[in-house]
Write a protein that binds this ligand. Sequence first.
Ligand SMILES: C[S@@+](CC[C@H](N)C(=O)[O-])C[C@H]1O[C@@H](n2cnc3c(N)ncnc32)[C@H](O)[C@@H]1O
Length: 202
Amino acid sequence: MDRSNGYEGIAPEFLARRGSGRSTGIGVNQVRKWARTLPPGAAVIDLGCGPGFPITEVLVAESLSAFGVDAAPSFVQAFERNLPNTPVVCEAVQDSRFFDRTFDGVLAWGLMFLLSPEDQRRLIERIAGILAPGGRLLFTSPAEPIVWNDAMTGLESRSLGAGEYRRHMSAVGLSVASEYEDEGQNHYFDAFKDAPSLANPR
Ligand SMILES: C[S@@+](CC[C@H](N)C(=O)[O-])C[C@H]1O[C@@H](n2cnc3c(N)ncnc32)[C@H](O)[C@@H]1O
């Protein structure tokens, strides 16, 4: 059964286009800027990492300790060739064990809106569970609550919209620091996990 929302089926086209370039492509500048806000060596998991080029490679180039998860076997094989020293697993984010550890950063570029609304909410909860206090989350999804057909797979995609994403993140201890767009009109939610208060109420 395909867990990649149609991406395994279009892997050759994807690999020939977006997945072929190192450090170039839509989103690279935004991810690099975000990566530079994390300390060198910080552990970052890239959910829906694809073949590792161009996005995960930015994390590696910025001296972060990167990990990848993707449900498409062809992409995971390409990832292993592209970034041989970076751990990657072929798993769906809905049931991945996320390497059984916590992270300083979670990145999900072009993934969230491929999932059902229920799975998007559940993934946000799971992300809150694997982020260290103060850890960062960057994901893309349209600011408007809309449904459309994915340009590459033709399958239905849906954004919960900024209001619902913010409400749901807030409910699980994630705060949005900023939202912005790139040259491809991808909308970014740049958030962090609230650190526990040091106050000691009596
Ligand atoms: C639009 S592509 C983005 C790939 C990569 N992040 C990039 O920026 O080039 C979406 C990726 O999400 C992966 N994906 C889709 N559904 C998934 C799921 N349920 N679990 C894990 N990966 C999934 C696809 O295989 C594909 O690699």
